[in-house]
Design a protein around this ligand. Structure first.
Ligand code: URA
Length: 435
């Protein structure tokens, strides 16, 4: 086969054969196809798209380019979730122990944050002692004993995607439904769970800025999962403002613990229940009504926070975080307050810019491998739709130095929009697509 011919065929809008796609993925992973040809093919896919069949083959080839985790010993109980990435999205910290408390088996591999979106592994590492690097045997044993284990991605999980994603990131070829869908689903299929819930974020803080793009992405991922025999659900959820009030690693862990202890933080709690209930409904065969009620009861009666403690301790973390997070989690030495410039309402947010303000604070990274400050971040006091009085505090910023706070405050001032009219409330859960 010839890479030049394959690039040219896709550029002219013809679908690629299964053998061609597998040849490309294998050759690229082995280093036989150079980056410039793979980048050219990615660009051709961005413009010409892929059929459902091509996307399924690409996903399968990337999933099989490395280790495939075998969770068959858990039968239908093995269940995973994936968020397409947002700001303040700490649902995994609530959902994973909640599902495990109700009998699901969550052996989860999560990523680190990059750019404006956060990553679950960074959040968990703000708990002193938490070990995010587990061997496959440790991951399985802990899932068997505790019901939940969350680790960083193993080095050899979908290596073709790892290489391709790094290339797409620097060649402006991230933005394509088949490329994003195959990238995400190759990792999910390799991670082995029988049932998968996708939280597809829509809005100013998400990859998918429009509902139409998010819907096409969700449908593509559902179709890939179904064709590989997995039970699939996709929840389209709002990311036009951060989820909850906290953005930044330790601040988000604390907020998740608050919800696990029964606190009413409506958007975070409701989305976590919807995701956890979807996971349990697929893995246990419960109706959504039964599953939602079971989740609400486990949050109320302490089973969820007890499971959280058990999980954190099993992974080497300080379990006192579950009872007294302020005593255990790191806190920042400096803070600053953003105040309302006028009396009226918060009319909206540029959520990506909120995430960028957190990067200025040190809570996120602009390059893979950058160090992060687990204590840094933003805690909102008011959110979109809330009434404000001129001069009252809207958010508190936390960081290691006044210099960092100044840069972040300027970014945050631009990100929060104020006006005289209360904006129309947006639904948190836009739609749920079930496979
Ligand atoms: N997340 C991924 O894992 N891959 C993409 O292509 C986009 C988001």
């Amino acid at each position: 086969m010839n890479m030049y011919e394959i690039i040219s065929k896709k550029r002219r809008g013809f679908p690629l054969e299964e053998a061609e796609i597998r040849w490309v993925v294998e050759g690229f992973t082995r280093g036989e196809i150079p980056d410039y040809q793979m980048a050219a093919l990615s660009m051709a896919i961005c413009f010409q798209d892929m059929t459902a069949e091509e996307t399924a083959v690409l996903t399968d080839a990337m999933a099989k380019s490395g280790d495939m985790v075998d969770l068959s010993l858990f039968g239908s109980d093995s269940v995973d979730k994936h968020s397409t990435g947002g700001v303040g999205d700490k649902t995994t910290l609530v959902v994973a122990p909640l599902v495990a408390a109700l009998g699901g088996k969550v052996a989860k591999m999560s990523g680190r944050g990059l750019g404006h979106t956060g990553g679950t592994v960074d959040k968990l590492e703000s708990i002193p002692g938490y070990r995010s690097s587990l061997t496959p045997e440790e991951l399985l044993r802990q899932t068997m004993e505790v019901g939940v284990a969350v680790a960083g991605q193993s080095g050899n999980l979908a290596p073709a995607d790892k290489k391709l994603y790094a290339l797409r990131d620097v060649t402006a070829t991230v933005d394509s439904v088949p490329l994003i869908a195959s990238s995400i689903m190759s990792k999910k299929l390799a991670a082995g769970a029988r049932s998968i819930v996708l939280d597809v974020k829509v809005g100013s803080g998400a990859f998918a800025k429009t509902e139409d793009f998010a819907r096409r992405l969700a449908e593509s991922m559902l179709s890939i999962g179904r064709s590989c025999g997995r039970n699939m659900t996709a929840v389209l959820s709002n990311m036009d403002e951060p989820l909850g009030f906290a953005v930044g690693n330790a601040l988000e862990v604390k907020e998740a613990i608050d919800v696990l202890r029964g606190a009413e933080i409506p958007d975070l709690k409701n989305l976590s229940i919807e995701l956890a209930a979807s996971m349990l409904s697929m893995s246990k065969g419960w109706s959504m009504k039964e599953a939602r009620e079971a989740c609400a009861a486990a949050l109320r009666d302490g089973r969820a926070i007890r499971k959280f403690r058990e999980w954190i301790v099993a992974q080497g973390g300080d379990g006192r975080a579950a009872e007294d997070p302020d005593a255990v989690l790191p806190s920042a030495p400096c803070s600053a307050v953003l105040t309302a410039p006028l009396s009226g309402y918060i009319t909206g947010m540029d959520t990506e810019a909120v995430g960028a303000a957190c990067v200025h604070l040190g809570a996120g990274r602009s390059r893979m491998g950058d160090d992060i400050d687990h204590a840094a971040g933003i805690r909102f006091i008011r959110k979109t739709g809330d009434a404000v009085i001129a001069g009252e505090p809207v958010a508190t910023l936390y960081g290691a130095s006044d210099l960092r706070l100044e840069a972040a405050l300027i970014e945050l001032q631009k990100a929060i929009h104020f006006g005289c009219e209360r904006p129309k409330a947006l639904p948190l859960i836009i739609d749920v697509l079930r496979g």
